[in-house]
Design a protein around this ligand. Sequence first.
Ligand code: FES
Length: 181
Amino acid sequence: MTRNNSPSISDRRGFFAAGLAALTGLFPLLAGLGVLLDPLRRKSNEAGRLVRIASLSALPDDGVPRRFDVITDQVNAWNHRANVPIGAVYLRRTGEFSVEAFSVNCPHAGCFVEYRRTKHNYLCPCHNSEFGIDGSIQDPSSPSPRGLDALEVDAEKLRQEQEIWIRYQKFQAGKPEKLAI
Ligand code: FES
């Protein structure tokens, strides 16, 4: 008598049903993974978010820049940390309700530029790039490929609340174009 080893129709139906159940079970898992990773996605989109820096009254009205830390809350996939320093900026008053903001990071290789009161300009101590008070390259032999990175200041909050909020963002070093990281 010959024995048939091929799976019966009911076996195949069972196998198919089990496979379908496994696939169906994957959907909630993938959805859950999406939720879990969502803060990471949000974090990468937060590069240009608005951050309060200081009151307008904290800036002298003589056009001399002042350096401020950029402090904000940080959220990642697992925790939320309040008041984390994420960078620094130079702010300068250019009018009653206008403020100029520059990243302190030199566009050449990211060192911190310093404001020089005696020359009323910025110097990067790493390779001596010099920048004018408006952020432009001052010394043509400066190795920086572009001027200081200006940051957007929220004009509405400045005028209505006398508060300085900037859209803080970091940019790629070593490139002539200002490309956000
Ligand atoms: S990092 Fe500023 S000049 Fe090189």
